[in-house]
Ligand binder design. Structure first.
Ligand code: VG1
Ligand code: CO
Length: 541
């Protein structure tokens, strides 16, 4: 058994994106690539000597090997203890909960989230702070700085790291605790939701389909929905986490969760359908013939959350990412709640939650969550919806119709244009930025531009600024579009176009029809086809 210092040279491409460092799995498997980044995390957070860290991931290919490497490097760097999920497994929200509840010094989560997995697909790694939330930009920047000049990393050779058995062991002077990945999380959910009421509703005939997409939520959903809440066996489908997600693209949206969508749009649809992503932090909610857009889901939860015991005292405030629709703003307005707007990525919600300003947050990208952890949480959102249904006695379509009747409908859609050549995408955004100041006042058909800017966020808690977080163009009357480039992809660029329009009277249009004029004008202003050669999106949500 020896502690070694391994010579290495920097990789210049280890800049974390929206949610950690994501690359092709084979890149992470190159000699020193993962190790360099892990050492940079340790140094970027001021060392791990005497600290306790949580480690786990979504079970994708290389998760097990990477977990062992991190445990060995933590021991070599003098950590006091590592708490790892059994077999290296932890959903992202479960990891966040462990970091918080065990009062640790943070954790490392292995996941490329909603990106496909396998040796030829994607892998990822990120650091979460002692509050359980993704590291903010000043920390990811510090980590990135270390990656650019690293010359060696520490590795504990020899000894055994057995991730398979729950219990305690040691690696050198470091204690290793292997925990069941599901238990603590299930306890947390039971403390927040009315399991008895949900169980009764299910026993009275509300049937459920939970598509875990062969990713991490399978064991969590089976334990909660089938075992505790009594849903029929088989309610959870694709419930075994597989290293390549069985070839599925574990992104819970109508395009990638098409099996679930087909079932929910068919004649024999269950009463409630839902899906989660690779690492368990996203959710999609669907009723019979009724797809719930994530922005609407956030608004419905904001309007009804007090029916759940964990939120009975009322919400402190709400927050949404800037491209998310303003549906939740309308609810906040009606309830007299503070409503915050932040850049894309869950890391921006952490300060607001820690400061007691908000208890509910959401993103249009199928992310919803609360201050019970510091990540978005797919299973949590599913249970919140079930709790709301159990207490109101309303179905998903009824909840949506009632919501729109009360607050109006913010028609909303996101169009993704994937795998654009990066320089073309950059040129498109640069061109758009260059004409922003001239846009206001200009008319496009019936739409008159009111404001156009490049979104910059001033964090009200720590005073930090994050600039260039997306271009937004708002028209008179409130319709708007937003464009930004994805920060989670691993090849080329993905352009995201977000469009929105409020309607106070007509609630039953197809969003693509309701938004057609804004979409057309967005294409014209952004010049998507001229720059990218693309006129139709790859994914519409
Ligand atoms: C996307 C989403 C963003 C989300 C992020 C991480 O980022 O748009 O809302 O927070 O993924 O989600 P981007 O930069 O590609 O638009 V996950 O489920 O990967 O942790
Ligand atoms: Co995710």
């Amino acid at each position: 058994m020896t502690l070694t210092s391994v010579q290495t040279a920097p990789f210049m491409d280890q800049k974390p994106g929206t949610s950690g460092l994501r690359k092709k799995t084979r890149v992470f498997m190159e000699d020193h690539y993962l190790e360099n980044f892990v050492q940079a995390i340790f140094e970027g957070i001021g060392g791990v000597k005497g600290k306790t860290l949580v480690v786990g991931g979504d079970g994708r290919f290389y998760n097990d090997r990477a977990t062992e490497i991190i445990v060995r490097m933590a021991a070599a760097n003098g950590a006091a203890k590592v708490v790892a999920g059994q077999n290296g497994l932890l959903s992202t929200p479960a990891a966040s909960h462990l970091i918080r509840s065990l009062k640790t010094d943070g954790g490392i989560i292995l996941s490329a989230s909603h990106n496909p997995g396998g040796i030829d697909e994607d892998f990822g790694i990120k650091f979460n702070m002692p509050n359980g939330g993704p590291a903010p930009e000043n920390v990811t920047n510090a980590i990135f700085e270390v990656t650019k000049s690293i010359t060696s990393y520490k590795m504990y050779q020899g000894g055994t790291v057995d991730l398979g058995a729950v219990g305690y062991s040691a690696l050198g002077d470091m204690q290793v605790e292997i925990v069941d990945p599901v238990t603590a999380y299930v306890d947390l959910m039971q403390s927040l939701f009315d399991f008895a009421a949900i169980k009764k509703m299910i026993s009275e005939g509300t049937d459920i389909r939970f598509d875990a997409m062969n990713a991490i939520t399978g064991p969590y959903a089976s334990a909660i929905i089938e075992d505790l809440l009594g849903a029929q066996k088989g309610s959870v489908v694709h419930g075994t986490p597989l290293p390549d997600f069985g070839g599925m693209h574990p992104d819970p949206n109508p395009t990638w969760a098409h099996e679930l969508m087909d079932e929910m749009m068919g004649e024999a649809a269950p009463a409630f359908g839902c899906a989660s992503d690779g690492d368990g932090d996203r959710n999609m909610i669907v009723g019979p013939k009724c797809y719930v857009s994530p922005s609407d889901s956030l608004a419905v939860i904001a309007a009804n959350a007090t029916v759940a015991p964990g939120y009975a005292q009322g919400l402190k405030g709400v927050a949404r990412s800037m491209p998310t629709s303003a549906a939740v703003d309308r609810v906040a307005d009606a309830l007299g709640l503070e409503c915050y707007e932040t850049p894309t990525g869950w890391k921006f919600f952490g300060n607001l939650m820690d400061d007691g300003r908000v208890s509910l947050c959401g993103e249009e990208s199928f992310g919803t969550g609360s201050d019970h952890v510091r990540e978005k949480d797919g299973v949590w959102a599913v249970l919140m919806w079930l709790n709301i249904m159990a207490h109101t006695g309303k179905s998903v379509p009824e909840l949506m119709q009632d919501h729109w009747a009360k607050f109006g409908r913010n028609y909303y859609s996101r169009h993704d244009f994937e795998a654009i050549e990066s320089d073309k995408a950059d040129a498109m955004i640069a061109n758009l930025r260059s004409k922003l100041s001239d846009l206001s006042g200009q008319s496009f058909e019936d739409l008159v531009v009111e404001t156009a800017d490049d979104y910059s966020y001033l964090d009200p808690v720590d005073g930090s600024t994050s600039a260039h977080q997306g271009v937004r163009v708002v028209f008179k009357g409130g319709a708007r579009f937003v464009v930004r480039l994805s920060g989670t992809g691993t090849s080329g660029a993905t352009l995201r176009l977000y469009v929105e329009k409020l309607d106070l009277k007509n609630f039953d249009q197809d969003p693509q029809t309701a938004l057609a004029d804004v979409i057309a004008v967005a294409h014209k202003i952004v010049q998507i086809e001229q720059f990218s050669g693309r006129s139709t999106p790859d994914v519409i949500t």
